[in-house]
Design a protein around this ligand. Structure first.
Ligand code: ATP
Length: 199
């Protein structure tokens, strides 16, 4: 699975339709302070289902819509489309190319699409669940997050490393298996009691 492109229109500083294509290798985005570099990663997080306006540096979600400048009127709609090459079916869908679109209108209406078919936000969240690309994952690290990781307690830092290494999933599975085992031991005890009574 590979990020192929992102198309941004009316999102934050991107009033005009802007398409960024990610070729093989590493892509660097450079620009002066305030030119919109962070807005690109926020557009990626938003289209993949981000629900917190605060984490997108806004007060409420419509703040992500282009708010206008001295020379340009505000827009009524933000739209972001992201395209993944999914030839390896890393994303659990039959599509070999996955196109996800999210739109927000100033009146609060939203539109979500997977491969140009209307869907729910939940469907987009489900698409990225357990892929390491979701909202809470560490595939996108903001400047503030780096600082908070450096300043966090060693135990918290350890859980971050565990999550990145994929250990957390096994820890949760282990806990689930232990509680199932305890439940089964309880049933066994009851069966043994019944056998004793029948004898
Ligand atoms: P730095 O290098 O300082 O981190 P950056 O290149 O990452 O900067 P961003 O933080 O992505 O820049 O962009 C900030 C710019 O986006 C500001 O100029 C801000 O006015 C503009 N901006 C944010 N929200 C909106 C909006 N809703 N409408 C129009 N412009 C917006």
């Amino acid at each position: 699975m590979k990020l192929k492109s992102i198309e941004i229109s009316g999102f934050k500083s991107f009033a005009d339709r802007t398409k960024i294509e990610f070729r093989d290798g590493m892509t660097g985005i450079v620009g002066p302070n305030g030119s919109g570099k962070s807005n690109i990663t926020e557009a990626i997080r938003w289209v993949m289902g981000e629900q917190s306006a605060k984490s997108l540096r806004g007060g409420k979600m419509p703040d992500i819509i282009f708010a206008g400048t001295e020379k340009r009127k505000p827009l009524a709609r933000a739209s972001v489309t992201i395209v993944f090459d999914n030839a390896d079916h890393f994303l659990k869908t039959n599509y070999t190319e996955v196109v996800v679109t999210r739109r927000l209108f100033r009146n609060g209406d939203s539109q979500y699409q997977i491969n140009h078919i209307d869907c729910r936000l939940k469907d987009i969240l489900n698409l990225f669940i357990d892929t390491g690309l979701g909202r809470e994952s560490f595939s996108i690290i903001s400047q503030g997050r780096v600082e908070s990781i450096f300043n966090s307690k060693p135990e918290d830092r350890r859980s971050i490393i565990e999550e990145v290494a994929g250990v957390l999933e096994y820890k949760q599975n282990k806990q689930k298996a232990e509680s199932e085992l305890a439940k089964t031991s309880g049933y066994l005890e009851r069966v043994n009691d019944l056998i004793v009574e029948l004898d």
